[in-house]
Each structure stands twice: as structure tokens, then as C-alpha cells.
Design a protein around this ligand. Sequence first.
Ligand code: AMP
Ligand code: FES
Ligand code: ZN
Ligand code: ZN
Length: 303
Amino acid sequence: MAKCSFCSGKAIYSKDRTSFCKKHFNRFFIKKVEKVLHMSKLFNKKVLIAVSGGKDSSAVAFALKKLNENLASSRKNRLELFHINLGISEFSEDCLASVKELSKLLNLKLHVVSLVDITQKSLEEIAKNRLQPICGICGTIKRYLFNKFAFENGFDFIATGHNLDDEALLIFNALISRNITNLVENRVFKPSIPEKKLVGRVKPLYFLQEEETLLYANINEIPYSKKDCKYSKKKRVIKNREILSELEKKVPIKKALVVLPIKLSSYMKDQKKEEDYKKCKLCSYPTIKRDICRFCELIRVEK
Ligand code: AMP
Ligand code: FES
Ligand code: ZN
Ligand code: ZN
């Protein structure tokens, strides 16, 4: 078994020819989270951690709490947890049990809302007869509810468990589909725009891989649910270089890449227009380009 590169203790993880024992792996992990805190100036803020019950967002809560312990009192963040009970049978019950355990362990206040109570409909009913996959609709609803709750309760930031693998896949997909907005926008954090009822976003695990988060959760015995949602698609890591030629057989990746700089430069010229946020005519929360936001369209407008 390899030895830790820092203390010669027993290594539990190796990366780029560096090996880490438990203590030094924890240090490595926290440093990566700390980097995001500095980039987003996440100090002395009221932060709502969106916890799904899964390993990633549970690790975010654990790491932010640990970091808080070492900050001067004027820089400590006020952390609270937020969970949406999606009403997906045993999966949601298991997730709820995990976030309750996490809240107790970390001594952080937990807010739980129920999708069915809010909308009077189950996720399945909302998604019925719609073309978009159910997990996409679920994502729209979750983002809306995080923002609304955080705005109404005076939070400065919403922290989510998106990790490096999630983000790499998204950017890769943005490349393939030439989605310039997804490609150029800052994915680590977004500041609040209070006049638009938009609460800031931060992704503390942006620089951490999925396997690193899993290891962190396991070695620190962080409670999390091991169940997968029956609707979710398995996300895969995309390593561009190795699979670029393979991919070209399936999608026109090379063409997408060469038109990218051209599209980017014209997009940058248009940027002065600011983002096209409008107010939803039904709920007054932000919507991009539409008159009625996607949430209201899904929930309130009868077809
Ligand atoms: P997902 O879209 O399921 O990959 O989730 C992305 C992030 O949203 C997670 O890392 C959590 O921070 C948050 N999240 C997902 N599901 C929930 C939920 N049911 N309640 C609260 N936060 C959630
Ligand atoms: Fe939303 Fe599975 S968690 S559809
Ligand atoms: Zn060590
Ligand atoms: Zn609306």
C-alpha cells in the first residue's frame, strides 16, 4: 500500500502522483472547498445549503460546517439546510431520513418543504403528457423552490452539491450543442440580484471529483442516502481528449468546436444587453425571455 506523500502514513487516495492519508485527504478536500469560498467571497453570509440527502450535498454541509469552525467570528457564515420532499416513494423517504440525521449531526437548522403540499400535484402528474424528461422538469421545480425559499427568508447564497464531474459534463454538453450561455457563464458562483428576486448560487464542490466526494463522505461517516432516484439518468465523466475521436462518430464535435470562437466573439459583443431577465406575470420571480416562468407554466396554468 502506498504511503502518504506528506506524512508517510497509510495512503487512502492517490492523484497526480501524490498520495494522501485520511488526515491529508481531508485537508486536500477542504482546501478545494475553501478556494470556492474565496472566489465567491462567501464569508459572513447567510447560506442555504440545498441538501438532497445524497453524498454530494451532504458533503457540502459537512465541509462548510468544518470550515466555519476555523473562521474568525466576523467571517463565519450562517448555515441552514433546505430539503424538498419530492414524494418519490421510498427514495424520498430515505433522503428525508438522511437529511434529518445530517441536521442533527451538524447541529444545523433544517427546513423541509413538500412538493405535493406546494403544488397539490405529484411530480408524475406534473410531468404527464410533457415532452421533457421527468428529471429535467424536477430540476426546474427544484431550482425555483430553492430560489423562492432563499429569497423570502433573506439568504445571500444557495449552496448546491454539483461536483466537477457534473460540471464537466454540462460544459461538454454545452460544447456539443453550441450552448454559448452555458459555456461562458461563471459556473462556480453567481451573485444575488435582489431587485430581480434572484438569490446567489455557489457550488463548493466545483473543483472536486465525484470519487473524491464519495471518499470524503465515507471516511467522515457523513450520513447520506445510497438510493438512486428511479428517474435519474446515470451521469458519466467526460474525458475529452481520449474520446473525441470516438465521439466524432456519434456527434459532430469537431465542427461544434471550430464554430465556437466565432459564436463566442459575437456573444461577447451582445453582452452589454445584460441577461434577459423578466418578471413572471404570475409570481413575479425571474424568468428568462418568457412572460410566465417555467414553474408557473408547469404548475399553475392548466393545459
Ligand atoms: P441534481 O439536479 O439532482 O443533480 O441535484 C443538484 C443539487 O441540487 C444537489 O447537489 C443538491 O444540492 C440540490 N438538490 C437536489 N435535490 C434536492 C432536494 N430534493 N432537496 C434539496 N436540494 C436538492
Ligand atoms: Fe428529481 Fe429524480 S430527483 S426526478
Ligand atoms: Zn498524511
Ligand atoms: Zn412564475
